[in-house]
Every structure is written in structure tokens, then in C-alpha cells.
Design a binder for this molecule. Structure first.
Ligand SMILES: C[S@@+](CC[C@H](N)C(=O)[O-])C[C@H]1O[C@@H](n2cnc3c(N)ncnc32)[C@H](O)[C@@H]1O
Length: 265
């Protein structure tokens, strides 16, 4: 699928109204989208190129675009709390997720981070995504496949405790968005190669402290950093140029560490 291609039955479509509101729909022939601005038959959009402006039954204009991954993550019907795009971008960079990487990720949750990892590792890489809750894994698979347009060939989705799975995989990167990542430090010590990255996303500082202490005690990690990402968007309307009144104040702290090899002499 290329940017600008005509919409097809089953595609995701983001309808954008004149006030900047966005509505995510899955295009289904014969279905109708309803809002306070009137209705729109999905068949009006199907066959039209991405970027087209269509009109509701009350002549309200709507611009039809495919959702970016960030749009999708913020609007999909999620179960578990998702990692915010502002954090995902930084994590991909600092955990150095690259084409061809083998990544162990847990928990899958709603699959938001999984989707970004799948893109970053590409066709030659693999994401082994683990969740201990079957209901979360099932829901995440549905959300992932809806965005991907089918099952991603580079996804290995497993149900279980990540601590038991890290050792089977020999990953290049371990990425954890779960409450007690310190239990995975010992398996990471055994399975990461020298230079491998361990990364975690945690909502509170006591959790970060516990993780940092465990990483310190392992005596094999270096370049250990903890940081948070603040993103403040701005209103730019005529002479009103200022930060928005509201922002997402806190999401989570990212901790990244690299494994070194023990000295042999
Ligand atoms: C906050 S959610 C992850 C959200 C995900 N990163 C996303 O962006 O959609 C945390 C998930 O971790 C799972 N979990 C917690 N402890 C786990 C463990 N030890 N092994 C595997 N999954 C675990 C939970 O079931 C939950 O689905």
C-alpha cells in the first residue's frame, strides 16, 4: 500500500472534520458513519484516493486519510494502557531498535509498542512479544492485525511470563512495559550478548529505584540512563501563539542499559 492509494474495503480511515476532530473507522461496504454533523456512507470513501474531501448528509466536509501509527494508537479501542507515541519514539532511538534486530517485548498489552517495534525491526527482524494475560494477547493481536492489514510475519506473540521466555530467544534487545521488570534482569544477564540493550518503561520512581538497584547489583550493565519525555504542543492561530492550555503531564520513565562482557583477565 502506497501513500495516496485509493481506499479499499476493510481499510482503516481517519475522518478529519473542519474543527480538527478525528474519527477512526474501518471501511465496510454498505455501512454508514453517523455523527452530529450528519451521516456518511462508507461507499462514498471506498475507491477514492487518500486525502480526498467528502461531505456528510448535511454537507459538512471531512478529509479522509489513513491513520498514522500515532493516530491509531491514540484512537484504537485499547484494553491495557498503551505507551504514548512521544515515549515510543524515544525508546526506539535509545534502545537502538534497528532492522534485523531480535527483540523480546513484554507485556504486549494493547500492542501499541509492538506495532512500532515491528516497523523498526523490519522484514529481517523479529519481535517476540509476551503477555501473561491471554485476554490481553488476544485483544492486542486483533488491534495489531487491524493496523497491519493481516498478521505481521515478523511477530511471534506468546502467552506466558517474560522471565521464562527471555532465555529461549537470545534477543538483541529486551523492552519491558510491565510493573516489575527487575525480575527479568537475571535472565537478561544470561541471554543478552555483549552490547545488547535492556530497556524498561515505568510509571513511578520507586519502581525505577528498584530496577536501578537490580541493574547495579548485576555488575554487568553500563550506560544506564533514566529519563522522561515532556511534549508540549502549541496553539498557533493568528496572534494567539502560545503553549496549549492542556498537556499530558506524566506517562512514564524510560530506563535503558547496555550489557558488557565480564573481564576474563
Ligand atoms: C501497560 S501494559 C503494556 C502496554 C503496551 N506496551 C502497549 O503499548 O500497548 C502491561 C502488560 O504487561 C503484562 N504483564 C505484566 N507482568 C508480566 C510478565 N511478568 N510477563 C508478561 N507480561 C506481563 C500485563 O498483563 C499487561 O498486559
Amino acid at each position: 500500500m502506497k501513500t495516496g492509494d485509493p481506499f479499499r474495503e476493510g481499510d482503516l480511515c481517519l475522518l478529519n472534520d473542519a474543527k480538527g476532530r478525528q474519527y477512526l473507522v474501518t471501511l465496510t461496504s454498505g455501512s454508514t458513519w453517523q455523527s452530529d454533523k450528519g451521516s456518511l456512507a462508507h461507499d462514498v470513501v471506498i475507491g477514492e484516493p487518500e486525502g480526498v474531501t467528502v461531505a456528510t448528509s448535511t454537507d459538512a466536509p471531512l478529509v479522509a486519510l489513513r491513520p498514522r501509527l500515532a493516530d491509531y494508537v491514540l484512537r484504537m479501542k485499547r484494553g491495557a494502557a498503551v505507551m504514548y507515541p512521544k515515549d515510543t519514539g524515544a525508546l526506539i532511538m535509545w534502545a537502538d531498535i534497528a532492522p534485523g534486530c531480535t527483540v523480546v517485548e513484554a507485556g504486549t498489552g494493547s500492542g501499541a509498542l509492538t506495532l512500532a517495534l515491528l516497523r523498526a525491526v523490519g522484514d529481517r527482524g523479529v519481535v517476540v512479544s509476551v503477555d501473561k494475560r491471554q485476554d490481553h494477547a488476544v485483544h492486542a493481536r486483533r488491534l495489531i492485525e487491524s493496523f497491519w492489514g493481516g498478521a505481521p510475519p515478523n511477530l511471534d506473540l506468546r502467552i506466558g511470563d517474560v522471565e521464562d521466555i527471555i532465555g529461549d530467544v537470545a534477543p538483541d534487545r529486551i523492552i519491558l512495559d510491565l510493573p516489575e521488570p527487575w525480575h527479568s534482569v537475571a535472565p537478561a544477564v544470561d541471554s543478552l550478548a555483549g552490547g545488547g540493550v535492556f530497556a524498561s518503561y515505568l510509571p513511578t520512581i520507586p519502581q525505577v529505584q528498584t530496577l536501578r538497584e537490580e541493574l547495579h547489583q548485576a555488575k554487568i550493565f553500563r550506560d544506564v540512563d533514566t529519563f522522561e519525555i515532556l511534549m508540549r504542543s502549541w496553539t498557533v492561530e493568528g496572534r494567539s501563539v502560545r503553549p496549549d492550555h492542556r498537556m499530558v503531564g506524566h506517562t512514564g520513565f524510560i530506563t535503558v542499559a547496555r550489557k558488557r562482557l565480564r573481564r576474563t583477565r
